[in-house]
Design a protein around this ligand. Structure first.
Ligand code: HPA
Ligand code: ZN
Length: 326
């Protein structure tokens, strides 16, 4: 397949990547060992076998537990560096990375260690690999508004490190409206806003993210197709949707890749792009996601190009930086 070689060589932009979701089983053991922690799994193979999920929550239960091996600034540096070194080989040229501060501060890890390790690695990755990046602070939506506001206060000394705030974790039962006030503060401070919506939650969660939170991008958003008026709005306002095909299969948001709505979304004029979400858990980084949808949906070159260009346009790069990538 000539198109597959093109996909591999294409300079790629990733907009939906949880840095804790790049924690490979080998690294879980490496970090646990050096921090003197014991694990519930006997071996790397046993842990990898546990990467089998029924839904979003069954994934989050494991993801929230395994990130407990990340303790020191050096751990966050190494995690981020390993990710950048890997995707440099996939020709990723720009990446916008989520992190979950509450997954670490709740264990007594200082906010500054998390942000310091990640940002030092991002700067080193820019130097070594020429990969540009932005960092997005995510609030855990299963926790309270008060906890999100407290996290926002802890973020104050580091605001220059963040391009945007985001919202992740258990979607259903935790609607965007719960975070209206903390998002208003973040936007007033000059940050951009994104939110996970329409992954397991219905179209209402996407309306809420747009209207209550003022987001510029929707993460996932695949369930927008259930609401024609919403699709019309997303098309009219050119709202990007950061779709994650392998994630959707592994979390059973869709039955299989062949029934994924990505090509239908493209045909409707939605600004979709392809992303990897939590690649260590879902069986592939960005290139594997592209190759899998190319095959399952029989994408043609024009569709692949549109997906790649949508990600450039939807990024938080400056207009002149986008021009260089196009
Ligand atoms: N959805 C919600 N929360 C998450 C995800 C996701 O895809 N990945 C990591 N945290
Ligand atoms: Zn995600």
């Amino acid at each position: 397949q000539a198109l597959d070689a093109f996909i591999e060589a294409m300079p790629k932009v990733e907009l939906h990547l949880h840095i804790e979701g790049t924690l490979e089983p080998e690294s879980v053991f490496r970090f646990a060992r050096r921090n003197g922690l014991s694990l519930d799994f006997d071996s790397v193979e046993a842990l990898r076998r546990a990467y089998e999920f029924q839904n979003l929550q069954s994934f989050l239960d494991l993801y929230n537990a395994t990130m407990g091996v990340l303790c020191t600034e050096e751990d966050f540096y190494d995690l981020t560096w390993d990710y950048l070194a890997r995707v440099a080989r996939q020709n990723v040229v720009h990446t916008e990375i989520f992190f979950d501060p509450q997954g670490h501060t709740c264990r007594g890890i200082p906010f500054a260690s998390v942000v310091g390790g990640i940002t030092r690695a991002l700067a080193a990755g820019q130097q070594r690999f020429g990969i540009s990046s932005r960092l997005i602070l995510c609030f855990w939506r299963h926790l309270s508004e008060a906890e999100a506001l407290a996290t926002w206060e802890q973020a104050q000394p580091h605001l220059g490190c963040f391009a945007a705030v985001g919202l992740d974790s258990s979607e259903v039962g935790n609607p965007p409206e719960k975070f209206r006030r903390v998002y208003a503060k973040a936007r007033a401070a000059g940050l951009k806003a994104v939110a996970h919506a329409g992954e397991e939650g219905g179209p209402d969660y996407i309306w809420g993210a747009l209207d209550a939170l003022g987001v510029e991008r929707i993460d996932h958003g695949v369930r927008c197709l259930e609401d024609g008026q919403l699709v019309e709005r997303l098309v009219r306002e050119e709202i990007p949707l950061t779709v994650c095909p392998l994630s959707n299969v592994r979390l059973r948001v869709v039955k299989n890749l062949g029934s994924h709505s990505l090509s239908r979304m493209l045909a409707l004029g939605l600004r979709v792009c392809v992303n990897s979400d939590d690649p260590a858990y879902f069986g592939g980084y960005i290139t594997e996601n592209f190759l899998a949808v190319r095959k399952a949906l029989e994408l043609v070159p024009a569709q692949v190009l549109t997906l790649g260009r949508n990600a450039i346009d939807a990024s938080f790069l400056d207009a002149d930086e986008k021009t260089v990538l196009h």
